[in-house]
Design a protein around this ligand. Structure first.
Ligand SMILES: *[C@@H]1O[C@H](CO)[C@@H](O)[C@H](O)[C@H]1NC(C)=O
Ligand SMILES: *[C@@H]1O[C@H](CO)[C@@H](O)[C@H](O)[C@H]1NC(C)=O
Ligand SMILES: *[C@@H]1O[C@H](CO)[C@@H](O)[C@H](O)[C@H]1NC(C)=O
Length: 476
């Protein structure tokens, strides 16, 4: 009888435990964190998941007619995709004693012809705005007249055209530009340019110079993977307010798992824009491999004018006074003064005025929307698309005549990036599958198993009690 009672108590306690706690959550919680010499560390240092970057470049097809005054508007034609597989690695990893780890990011890019639909970057010739010239003109606009004239004297000796003809490969990975070389040595450029040749992607290839410090999540699971310092600084200094200068987001490859729910906003720190990008829960979806996931999206007013989205007021540069039109984010403060404007692909959700500068853009939610499908328990994206466009604003000074035919303040589209994830390797998919389904089934099996066991034991226990009471009564 004593054995029966103790088993009953134990089994009932176990039943309560398996019904009230999430064993999977506990198991995941125990394994959160970047520690040296663990599997999680190896996965973090050399992720077995590869981003695929599809580049669509805007080819300017009527520049001669436009410059000759025959055509009134510039025309562009999207050329692409040129798809590259990015392999990332963390190098110079150092663990700090305050629960953070510092590293640099190393990336290599391999062209994937089978996903590029016949586009070959070395054979494709394109006509694009002369970005070093546009950048130099913009920087010069804010300089003294004398500096401008000195620059003009030098620039005149160089052959500078408003549009350049290049192969797509050179445009992405770097070409020798006389003005860019000049700018590198020219005293008026106060910042040191970190790369030797000009190219849209040149600075992404190889080991980046930024030292990034993130929380390991070992002591503080809420901060797992969140950026703590960027080159030693705990915030940016480009923007006009605390909130805009914050860097506390992850790099987007994983998030603290318990923040992944329907209520919270997730933040990615996007260093090319020197800002955080918020992600908001939208809906439940069935993702890669039939796994249920939570779909997150950028808020629709992410790049809206401060009149529409007051949160954006601090991104407007106090020197320039005006904000760009809705749908465009002015990243020039963090791009060495180059008038770089980021937007969604094809100015999706942007001010219609943006589509009027050049002919040939056509926003389409199906092709141009960004989203991330997150695994709710492990906090990693299973699928997603990030679709951002790079544009240049024309900023010209009256002293310099190089951009005569382009309208001041107009925004020229350059290229957009369709970033997704390559198929997961089978080992990774198996783990995700088990975490999602098998462990869940084990828990359910345990819940009902213990429940039945409790019921059986309870039945015997009650019967024993009855027998005892009848047997103790009968002798009297
Ligand atoms: C890009 O436009 C130029 C005209 O400016 C044209 O000669 C060239 O063939 C176009 N390239 C592609 C890939 O369509
Ligand atoms: C990780 O541990 C190994 C020894 O097991 C050591 O050599 C290495 O320096 C450590 N790495 C870091 C980043 O602390
Ligand atoms: C943690 O320590 C590192 C190295 O000493 C330091 O650079 C960083 O600022 C510290 N971070 C925090 C959040 O205290």
């Amino acid at each position: 009888f004593i054995t029966l009672t103790t088993s009953l108590v134990l089994v009932m306690a176990a039943t309560v435990v398996v019904w009230t706690t999430d064993l999977l959550k506990i198991a995941i919680d125990k394994n959160i964190g970047i520690r040296n010499n663990t599997l999680a560390y190896d996965v973090w240092v050399k992720p077995p998941i590869y981003p695929l970057i599809g580049i669509y470049v805007f080819n300017y097809t009527n520049t001669e007619e436009y410059l000759a005054g025959i055509d009134e508007k510039l025309k562009v034609k999207e050329v692409g995709p040129f798809v590259y597989r990015e392999t990332t690695e963390k190098v110079n990893v150092v663990f700090n004693d305050n629960g953070t780890v510092t590293y640099q990011q190393k990336s290599t890019f391999d062209f994937v012809p089978e996903l590029s639909g016949g586009h070959l970057p070395r054979q494709t010739r394109i006509t694009v705005p002369n970005l070093p010239l546009l950048s130099a003109m913009s920087v010069m606009k804010d300089m003294y007249i004398l500096t401008q004239l000195a620059f003009l004297a030098v620039a005149k000796t160089l052959e500078t055209r408003q549009f350049v003809h290049l192969t797509a490969h050179d445009f992405f990975w770097g070409y020798d530009d006389p003005l860019f070389s000049l700018a590198r040595t020219y005293a008026s450029f106060t910042h040191e340019l970190p790369y030797k040749r000009f190219g849209l992607f040149a600075q992404r290839n190889g080991v980046r110079k930024d030292r990034i410090t993130i929380y390991t999540g070992v002591d503080n699971k809420d901060k797992f993977g969140i950026v703590s310092r960027w080159n030693g600084a705990d915030r940016m200094h480009y923007w006009n307010g605390e909130e805009c200068n914050r860097i506390d987001g992850t790099d987007g490859s994983f998030f603290p798992p318990h923040l992944v729910n329907r209520e919270s906003r997730l933040y990615i720190y996007h260093h090319d824009m020197c800002r955080r990008l918020p992600l908001e829960y939208k809906e439940e979806v069935i993702s890669t491999g039939g796994i249920p996931a939570l779909r997150y999206q950028l808020p629709r007013d992410i790049f809206a004018n401060p009149d529409v989205n007051p949160e954006n007021a601090c991104f407007c540069h106090p020197d320039i006074q005006t904000c760009p039109p809705s749908g465009v984010f002015n990243a020039s403060p963090c791009s060495y003064g180059a008038p770089l404007m980021m937007s969604l692909a094809h100015f999706y959700l942007g001010d219609p005025v943006l589509l009027e500068t050049v002919e040939g853009l056509k926003p389409d939610p199906e092709r141009h929307e960004s989203y991330t499908d997150m695994h709710p328990e492990i906090g990693v994206p299973l699928d997603g698309k990030s679709r951002m466009q790079v544009n240049m604003m024309i900023r010209k000074s009256n002293t310099l005549s190089q951009l005569a035919s382009l309208r001041d303040g107009s925004i020229l589209p350059i290229a957009w990036f369709d970033v997704g994830l390559d198929d997961f390797p089978d080992e990774v998919m198996t783990i995700i599958y088990h975490v999602t389904f098998t462990r869940h089934r084990v828990q359910i099996a345990m819940q009902y198993g213990f429940l039945s066991l409790s019921a059986i034991l309870l039945f015997f226990f009650v019967r024993r009690l009855r027998n005892r009471s009848t047997s103790s009564v009968s002798p009297i």
